[in-house]
Design a binder for this molecule. Structure first.
Ligand SMILES: Cc1cc2nc3c(=O)[nH]c(=O)nc-3n(C[C@H](O)[C@H](O)[C@H](O)COP(=O)(O)OP(=O)(O)OC[C@H]3O[C@@H](n4cnc5c(N)ncnc54)[C@H](O)[C@@H]3O)c2cc1C
Length: 373
């Protein structure tokens, strides 16, 4: 490996890829180190693939700001580079009068967040749009959509490479030492160890971003950077129900996620998920015994779904900064000069809406690095 490069990005998920595409220039040396054999094999390929509008998080948060900025960018990129996507729209529904209050609160928050195209719906209007959905109230978000996450990552990867970025797979970062010109990186490859120096270091290691911060010498407990894994499972819905809804249908959100919702993939097949359970370890197998929870959650607002219609599909893990019962935590996107680590940018807790926000996060990181390289 080359001895001194300009920028090293750790992690080739959608965030590392979007940043690489944003920063790559033929006169810059950029390495993207990824421990897996290819890009996007972890959280970025185990999610709902929804282009979110920006409704769920507080108005003054990075989660909201970068989602609201990222959504139109994602649609533009989808058009320009022919990444498969659909602006399907979604309805968030209240199954009973208690939930209706929460729907009103969410609707107001969405407006405050700058999502200007929301429309409140009566029971009758919901029936007209979605005859098979049972709800007492709801609102429509027409700019919510879905996107092929692999296609999106392939596009970022191709653009970064075209502009001279080097992807180094099967390479796990195992050591980071501060030097007077940046950082010395130590990485494990199949049966060897590589070392090189970089002026700037970007930590986009997803579920392991707290471990990378620790390698750089940060006390993650003290910095409040500890990641909690929050597992989300999905069940696919029998093709016999294809066409039963025209849009994504979401219930009111729960504490740790958006609630078990009905989404459509680009082929029009339905899936249910994700659930939300804090866990200590990562295991991608779906537990079939959870099927009843999915049946009960979805049957409330889509009565045509039967228990037999559900089949275990896949699981993903949210890299959460807030632990069980904790209040809201925002994305951390932090240049660490004030911790004595100038030139290190940590991206920690990039859970949903990270996919939607990815092009806006990349621009935000680019802004932070202006004047550095
Ligand atoms: C269940 C679920 C549903 C979601 N749904 C949506 C949605 O509908 N819409 C939306 O906008 N967002 C959604 N998200 C959020 C979105 O998926 C994430 O925000 C996004 O994928 C995070 O990307 P990332 O690049 O940060 O992480 P990752 O994709 O996890 O990438 C990090 C990479 O770093 C690598 N890495 C880690 N440690 C090292 C090391 N030491 N050395 C080298 N490489 C390393 C890993 O191998 C990995 O490839 C969802 C997330 C989950 C879990």
């Amino acid at each position: 490996m080359q001895d001194h490069i300009d920028i090293c990005i750790i992690g080739a998920g959608v965030i590392g890829l979007a940043i690489a595409a944003e920063l790559a220039r033929t006169d810059r040396r950029i390495f993207i180190l990824e421990r897996n054999r290819s890009f996007g094999l972890e959280t970025s390929s185990h999610n709902s693939e929804v282009i979110h509008a920006g409704i769920y998080n507080p108005p003054d948060s990075l989660k909201t700001r970068l989602c609201v900025e990222g959504r139109p960018l994602l649609y533009e990129l989808g058009e320009k580079y022919k990444v498969n996507h659909r602006r399907l729209g979604k309805i968030i529904v209240a199954a009973d009068t208690d939930e209706a209050k929460e729907i009103e609160r969410l609707y107001r928050q969405g407006k405050e967040n700058g999502v200007n195209d929301l429309t409140f719906l009566t029971t009758k209007q919901i029936k007209q749009l979605e005859p098979n959905v049972k709800a007492v109230a709801g609102f429509l978000s027409p700019s919510t959509g879905i996107i092929d996450s692999h296609g999106l990552m392939q596009m970022f990867y191709g653009r970064a490479r075209e502009n001279g970025a080097d992807f180094i797979f099967n390479t796990e970062v195992t050591g980071i030492a501060k030097t007077n010109r940046g950082f010395k990186i130590e990485a494990r490859q199949e049966d060897s160890t590589a070392e090189f120096n970089t002026s700037l270091l970007i930590n986009a290691a997803g579920l392991y971003s707290d471990k990378i911060a620790e390698l750089a010498g940060i006390d993650v407990q003290d910095a409040k950077y500890r990641i909690h894994y929050c597992r989300g499972e999905y069940f696919s819905v029998s093709p016999r129900l294809k066409g039963i809804v025209n849009r994504l249908i979401y219930p009111v959100p729960e504490q740790a996620g958006t609630g078990i919702h009905i989404s459509l993939n680009l082929e029009g097949n339905l899936k249910l998920g994700p659930s939300a359970h804090y866990v200590d370890t990562i295991n991608y197998r779906v537990d079939e015994s959870n099927k009843n929870d999915f049946y009960r959650a979805s049957h409330r607002y889509l009565p045509a779904i039967q228990f037999e219609d559900l089949t275990p599909d896949f699981a993903g893990f949210r890299p959460k900064l807030q632990g069980p019962g904790d209040s809201f935590r925002d994305f951390v996107i932090q240049e660490e000069s004030y911790r004595g680590l100038p030139g290190l940018i940590n991206l920690i807790g990039i859970e949903s809406p990270g996919l939607t926000a990815s092009p806006a996060i990349a621009k935000y990181v680019g802004e932070k690095l202006k004047g550095w390289v």
